[in-house]
Structure formats: structure tokens, C-alpha cells
Design a protein around this ligand. Sequence first.
Ligand code: PLP
Length: 220
Amino acid sequence: MSVTQNLSELKKTIPDHVTLIAVSKTKPIPLIQEAYDFGHRDFGENKVQELVQKREALPKDIRWHMIGHLQTNKVKYILPFIHLIHGVDSLKLLKEINKRSNNINRVTSVLLQIHVAEEGTKFGFDYKEILDLVAEDYFVNFNKISIKGFMGMATNTEDENKIRREFRQLSNFFNEMKPHFSNEFDTLSMGMSGDYNIAMEEASTMVRVGSKVFGARNYS
Ligand SMILES: *Cc1c(COP(=O)(O)O)cnc(C)c1O
């Protein structure tokens, strides 16, 4: 199967109100160009250096999404162009993004990463942390950040009920928290190649799909 075929099959199963991020990490530029030529514009990467290199080589109207863990010392390299940072997982990172965004006078769009999986990644805020921060109006302090919503990853498991439970919990929390953020808070990024259907059933608005678009990766 080609990237074009994969994308057109995938788009049949993804409704218009859900944004498909084609996760191109580790994949070569010609494959991304193929997806671009097919009309796709949203791409996700998880390493700053790779993201910057690909951005330089590819058309400038691509919307680049930083989906991986972002180190504070690398924020400055992607801020001038990044469309959305999905993995904001600490206050230190949030502060750095705000500071650097002020320096270049640009508002940066971010998602707060929520730690939902019982196993797997250690990154992200706990529900309780977000509740506490919201209670003290903490998130209004960032004049150069637009908090667009949440991102979460379910446990990497065959147990679909467990995946669904985790997505449903995040989805409910997202709706609960909505009134406490600005009206730009409308994005729930959840779902990858193996679980995006369950995620969409649980009201995801953005799915991050890699191997189903570009084929399996040798490393991630
Ligand atoms: C790699 C990655 C994806 C895509 O994974 P696939 O299983 O290939 O679809 C999605 N989200 C994040 C955060 C990733 O690191």
C-alpha cells in the first residue's frame, strides 16, 4: 500500500470534525511529500532536530505538530513556526514556552498532556494537578500561550475495555474543565494507529496516526 492509498482509506473512517495528524517521525521526506501532494497538511514529529530539518525541506504551508516530550532547552528552535505543541507536561515547560513566545512576540498554541495510562509514559499532568492549578487560576498567567485542550495516551494493551475507560475518563475531564479555560479550548488529542477508532467513539477531536499512514517504523 502507498501513503496515498493509506490516507484515502483512513479518511473514509475519520469524520470531518476530527483532525488527522499524520505522524511522520523517522519517515523520509519523499513520503511526507507524497502525503502533501495528496492534500494532507497536518504532520506530527517527536524530535526537535528532525522536525526542524523536515520543516526546512518541505513546503511552508505544512502545519507541524510537536507530539513528543519537549525539553525546555529545545523550545526556542520550534517556536517560530510550530502549529501546536501537544505534549506540554510540566509547568517548567509552560513557563519556558511563554517566555520564548514573548521574545518573538508570537502566541503559541499548546495542549496540556494528561497522564491517563496506568502503564507506559510517565509524562503528563495528573487530573488532580490540573484541578488544583485551575482552582488557583494558574493558567491565566500566560499571555503568549493559547491552551487549546488536552492530549492523552492510553495504556498500550490489547484490552480494549481498559483503553476505552481511559479515553472516556479523559474525555469527561475535558468537558468538565472546558468552562475554566478560554473559548479556544476545544481540542482533545487522543488516539493512535491502534486505538483511534475507540478514541473517536469517546469524542476525540484530533487523532495522531503514524504507522497506518506511513507503514511500520523500525524505531520510534
Ligand atoms: C509515535 C506516536 C504516535 C503515532 O503512533 P502510531 O502507533 O504509529 O500511530 C502518536 N502519538 C505519539 C505521542 C507518538 O509518539
